[in-house]
Design a protein around this ligand. Sequence first.
Ligand code: MD6
Ligand code: FE
Length: 210
Amino acid sequence: MQLFKPVSSEPVSGVPDMFHLRNCFDPQQVFDLTQLVVDRSPFRHMQTPRGYTMAAAITNCGVVGWVSDRRGYRYEPIDPETGTAWPEMPPLLFSLAQMAAQRCGFDDFAPDACLINRYAPGKGMSAHQDRDENDFTQPIVSLSLGLPARFFVQGSDGKGRSTPIDLASGDVVVWGGASRLFYHGVRPLKPGIDPVTGSCRINLTFRKAG
Ligand code: MD6
Ligand code: FE
């Protein structure tokens, strides 16, 4: 199965070391692989350390998965909902993430975690940094599935102008280096129906956590 379509990577203007790869995988194939994960570790709404419920529903695959609860944010080898290990990262998804990273100059990216977010219309994600990983020299590879979304990136302090990036189903963002710790988020989703996901957007972010 040829999952990664060879595409050119487009540097995101104004954001160093961030690349947008358009239309570089088949959404149906990635959705089917995601569904195998969700069958074993279902989507759930996690609590933030301050006691709010996160707008996006979350699950994970890989050696470790990202979790949030009253104790904080961290990576855990066990899914707290099922009490067993997170589902294995599908090898095809590992390869897809690795090839996308390579295409952008990050050789030998070996993700051990994949965080899967699902957004309903009206839901988004407020500005945050991804800083729970151990090695910030490693990039994050982000796959978008389903309804389109406006992603935004701000500077290292979360202030100032934000750069919008419109993400469609099948798009990948590769992000590392100088902007690895920049604040970013997702604007509330517009309603719609996608032929693969229905009325939602799914985002998969591959990370080297450990
Ligand atoms: C999303 N993504 O696109 C949320 N973080 O739904 C993220 O928060 C994200 O796409 C780090 C790197 C890439 C991302
Ligand atoms: Fe993030």
